[in-house]
Write a new protein. Sequence first.
Length: 102
Amino acid sequence: MDLFEVIAEPNRRAILSALLDGNRSVGELVDELPLSQPTVSKHLKVLRTGGFVAAEPVAQRRMYRLQPEQFAEFARWLEPYRATWAGRLDALESHLDDMEDT
């Protein structure tokens, strides 16, 4: 599964968003999200395989955390698109400023 297949699924993106606030166990993710435990576990497996999250055993539980390396790869892929949009947004800003002056 490639990078985009992993993050294309809305439930996986919701799990990633929940992990932005810190490490979580499966149970904590189930409490935060409208998903069943088997569904959360299934998506965590895909996210682990894709390199977006890692699991660390803590006592009887596994704590899941974000893996920044995979996000860096995604950011590198996005960079040319950012440059294109930044130029267009700068042009729009200039146009709107010119409109205010008239």
